[in-house]
Design a protein around this ligand. Structure first.
Ligand SMILES: NC(=O)c1ccc[n+]([C@@H]2O[C@H](COP(=O)([O-])OP(=O)(O)OC[C@H]3O[C@@H](n4cnc5c(N)ncnc54)[C@H](O)[C@@H]3O)[C@@H](O)[C@H]2O)c1
Length: 259
């Protein structure tokens, strides 16, 4: 069965995520929008969420074919996420996939980080991922299938190059969470992986001028910034039948920035 599904997927007989329902957080951001387009192109039914409804509605309009749900929630709120999961399942069918892409990056030296800054970073980067996993994993485990992709960062693997220890700690937490949940969910054939982007050309990178972008891009072996679509491609791989033996993995999509 695995071999047949993989052959059909490679042959393009069926779209990579045909018939799957996938929840995406941070859908209104630079990488999130690219993932939303990729999910729809791969044939998934997509449930989009972010903090504000307006950008989600605009994005849903670009993807429209009746298989899209867009609802603003604070993804760090477990009750709100659970309700969004239930709404998604009712509208689009049982949830087969989750991409936790919500996050925030703020440059600040350790001695300037107060409790509020720590709370902001841990909430946006780690607790959104926790709430998403709490909402979807019980159903996936009960049905014996499903895949979760958590968006980490090179900062979580190697420490942050710009001063942002609160961000690095939160993303390191995402990686530890990913590997632990991969162990707990594997008996049910549910997979939990992470994508770890290097510098990607979005507003979230906080590199605004051409000089700032060039410096960030120069840290990769290709000498350029990554594009959001290049992160989206890795997410699709980790959700689709081509990666059924991959779990607990941190897929580096960083242009060789850190080997
Ligand atoms: N751009 C990069 O260079 C880069 C590098 C490594 C990792 N990442 C990670 O990739 C992900 C996307 O980054 P991006 O560059 O697209 O940033 P972005 O700022 O464009 O998008 C992040 C989105 O997350 C949303 N969000 C934040 N907190 C939320 C919450 N509590 N509930 C719901 N939504 C929330 C924001 O509203 C925003 O739309 C983030 O997790 C980021 O840490 C980005």
């Amino acid at each position: 069965m695995i071999a047949e599904t993989m052959t059909a997927t490679l042959a393009g007989t069926t779209p990579l995520l045909a018939g799957r329902t996938v929840i995406l957080t941070g859908a209104g951001g630079g990488i999130g929008r690219a993932i939303a387009h990729a999910l729809a192109a791969a044939g998934a039914r997509v449930a989009l969420t972010d903090l504000r409804q307006e950008p989600l509605d605009a994005l849903a309009g670009q993807l429209a074919d009746g298989q899209i749900l867009a609802r603003a929630i604070d993804a760090s709120d477990p009750a709100a996420f659970a309700a969004f999961h239930d709404e998604t399942a009712a509208a689009l069918g049982p949830v087969d996939g989750l991409v936790n892409c919500a996050g925030t990056f703020e440059k600040r030296a350790f001695d300037e980080l107060d409790a509020a800054a720590w709370a902001r970073s841990l909430t946006a980067n780690l607790l959104t991922t926790v709430a998403g996993c709490q909402a979807v994993l019980p159903g996936m485990i009960a049905r014996g299938c499903g895949a979760v992709v958590n968006v980490a960062s090179t900062a979580g693997e190697y420490g942050s190059i710009s001063p942002a220890s609160h961000y690095a700690a939160a993303k390191g937490g995402v990686i530890g969470l990913t590997k632990s949940l991969a162990r707990e969910a594997a008996p049910a054939q549910v997979r939990v992986n992470a994508v770890s982007p290097g510098p990607v050309e979005t507003d979230g990178l906080l590199a605004v001028t051409p000089e700032q972008k060039a410096i960030a891009g120069s840290r990769t072996l290709f000498g350029r910034l990554g594009q959001p679509e290049e992160i989206a491609g890795a997410c699709i791989f980790l959700l689709c039948p081509l990666s059924t033996f991959v779990t607990g993995h941190v897929l580096r999509v960083n242009g060789g920035a850190l080997l």
